[in-house]
Design a protein. Structure first.
Lengths: 318, 327
């Protein structure tokens, strides 16, 4: 306020000498230089991302093919990554199966019920604490809890549970944000019509928040898909040889559908290959796998945007 | 809601709350889902602390030994020593250099997005940053191995670089043969924490009231003077929070760092030397040790140190933000 007043006051007489002095040619030059530097940071990030994508496009050329995606790993030839890719998708599905309901319900509590009390701040603190714990420590926690204490061994289920608790804060926070974005009027209108609080949440608030919720789910999924440190000591780092998809016995560790078996994912496979792999095709396999990981990241990101936008349009038009 | 039901009751619409209303099952279920995170934190702290203390309790290793610089965990060697200082120092130094590189870049990028970029540029750069966040750490590590490490090795063995006054000294230090080094680890980390620091600083700049900008510009300052003298001081707590969060992420990052750092358990002396970090050593050794042996107990102690670092930073962020609320 005072700023506008003083500039208006000095306007009739022209800028005061001290102000004119401040905008010297030196300061204008500094301003130009700063603008160039700041633009430079933006351009740097874009160039870097472009270079990374281009690098993997070139490196994966001639490696990634339908047979690379669909074949089993091989010692003598390039082989494929089908079992580890399957494990990545399997672990993603298993993790999201647990994380989506728990995260959504937790988000509902934080957005609709949580009062300003010590329990709420304790939950917030826990949320921040888990997000800040290194993923390798979360993996160790999974190791001691699921592998050692529950005697589960290295299993897909143990890995998925460790991934769930690592990503629960993110899923909860994104759900909370999506639910909070629903206008208060919608809740008041529903309550005024005689609906109970829970009916309001179920039939009004959650449906209206769906675009945000879906975006949250896809963003969480992207993080789950690439995670490796959590899984090294929970779902194992052995290379699966061959999966028999006809084996539907969920309790049989030989079945690829079973959660009670070790499951090396694509990210873990990359780490394992680079650290101990000696095969002639090691570099090609890693380049191809990394290219597939990056493509999935791009798909998850674009998907989150696209689906969120489409759902918003459909729901707001209706 | 409570008011509504009591109003109903007063109007005689309903004699007493129904059973379902009294129990309010949905509220209990959603509360449990949210409160489960408190349980997770307690379990995590409990288990890691208990395991981390075994080195002292069960194996009888004195605390002073843990603070020494010699790492000789192999039980077959004559003088077994569990000095964790090289790992702690490695984590601190690698993280510090990563932040030194990343903070100016990230804050600059946040300023670009918030103050300089036209709408179309922001619409390109922000999604690009989200993709950076999504790139898995093994991919960063692999890029480090295949591009960064050979580049560093070639560049810093170049005669011209070696002839430079200070820089040449650094890269003539023994150990910098392959490029796997403290510098490589810090560079990889600096890119990995860039989106974290940028997005949190960006929020801090956005939160500054528009009046501060217009007021400053109306006094005849340039945009850069406004940024330097008004916006950066005003956003400082937020930027500090961003740096702490970036630090947490850098100190806890495991696989990408392990892949490029050289994994040499020695005290960091030159930025060109291979060193190691807490996370790297856990990643490498955990699978090769037996549960309950002192070597593995030392790894659990390392994870306890990591946990302490991350919980401290959460508290630190809270303190910074409380100050901001107060001022």
């Amino acid at each position: 306020m005072t700023a506008t007043a003083s500039s208006a006051g000095s306007g009739s007489r022209g800028p005061s000498p001290s102000l004119r002095h401040r905008r010297s040619s030196g300061s204008i030059l500094a301003d130009r230089a700063a603008t160039v530097v700041l633009w430079g940071t933006g351009i740097f990030v874009l160039l870097l991302l472009g270079a990374i994508i281009l690098h993997f496009a070139v490196a994966a050329w001639g490696v990634v093919s339908p047979s690379f995606v669909l074949n089993d790993p091989s010692d003598s030839a390039l082989g494929g990554i089908m079992p580890v890719l399957w494990n990545s998708l399997y672990m993603l599905a298993l993790t999201m199966l647990i994380a989506i309901p728990v995260g959504l319900l937790g988000g509902i509590y934080m957005s609709e019920y949580a009062g300003d009390n010590p329990i709420t701040s304790a939950i917030r603190f826990a949320e921040e604490a888990i997000s800040s714990v290194p993923s390798i420590v979360v993996g160790l926690f999974g190791l001691i809890l699921f592998v050692d204490n529950f005697h589960m061994g290295f299993t897909a289920l143990g890995g998925a549970l460790a991934l769930t608790l690592f990503n629960l804060p993110l899923m909860t926070r994104l759900s909370e944000q999506a639910l909070r974005a629903v206008p208060q009027d919608e809740r008041s209108a529903s309550l005024a019509l005689g609906a109970t609080k829970w009916q309001t949440i179920r039939h009004v608030v959650v449906p209206l928040a769906i675009p945000g919720l879906v975006t949250g789910v896809i963003l969480t999924a992207g993080r789950v898909f690439g995670e490796a440190a959590v899984l090294l000591f929970t779902s194992g780092i052995g290379t699966p040889a061959h999966y028999d998809f006809a084996n539907l016995d969920l309790t049989n560790p030989a079945s690829p559908w079973s959660p009670f078996r070790p499951a090396t994912t694509l990210s873990v496979y990359i780490w394992k290959l680079q650290s101990e792999g000696l095969g002639a095709f090691k570099n090609q396999i890693i380049d191809g796998s990394a290219a597939i990981l990056i493509s999935m990241v791009l798909i998850f990101n674009l998907g989150a945007r696209l689906v969120g936008r489409l759902l918003t349009r459909r729901l707001t038009a209706a | 809601m409570a008011q509504l039901t009591s109003a109903n009751r007063m109007a005689g619409l309903r004699a007493a709350p129904s059973f379902a209303e009294r129990i309010d099952l949905p509220q209990r279920v959603v509360f449990l889902a949210a409160a489960s995170m408190i349980g997770i934190v307690i379990l995590l702290l409990g288990f890691i602390t208990w395991q981390g203390l075994q080195l002292f309790l069960k194996d009888g290793v004195p605390v002073t030994q843990v603070l020494s610089t010699t790492w000789q965990p192999d039980s077959t060697s004559p003088d077994v020593t569990f000095g964790l200082l090289p790992f702690i120092a490695g984590t601190v130094f690698v993280t510090a250099v990563a932040l030194l590189i990343s903070t100016p870049l990230s804050v600059g990028l946040a300023l670009f997005l918030s103050e300089v970029a036209p709408r179309w540029a922001r619409a390109i750069v922000q999604p690009a940053l989200e993709i950076f966040v999504g790139i898995p750490s093994v991919v960063w590590g692999w890029l480090g191995i295949t591009i960064l490490v050979p580049f560093l090795s070639d560049t810093f063995h170049h005669d011209f670089v070696l002839s430079l006054p200070v820089v040449g000294e650094v890269f003539r230090a023994p150990g910098f043969l392959t490029g796997f080094s403290w510098l490589a680890g810090s560079l990889v980390l600096s890119i990995m924490v860039l989106p974290t620091i940028t997005s949190v600083s960006f929020d801090a700049f956005r939160a500054i009231p528009q009046e501060l900008r217009t007021g400053s510009l109306a006094l005849g300052t340039t945009r850069w003077q406004t940024i330097r003298h008004i916006l950066i001081p005003a956003a400082l707590p937020g930027v500090l929070t961003a740096v702490v969060l970036g630090m947490t992420r850098a100190a806890g990052e495991a696989l990408a760092v392990q892949m490029v750092i050289g994994n040499s358990p020695m005290m960091p002396q030159a930025i060109s030397q291979p060193v190691t970090t807490l996370t790297s050593q856990i990643t490498l050794d955990m699978g090769n040790t037996v549960f309950g042996e002192p070597w593995q107990d030392a790894l659990w102690t390392m994870s306890l140190v990591l946990l302490i670092i991350s919980i401290t930073s959460v508290v630190l962020v809270r303190v910074i933000n409380k100050r901001r609320m107060a001022s």
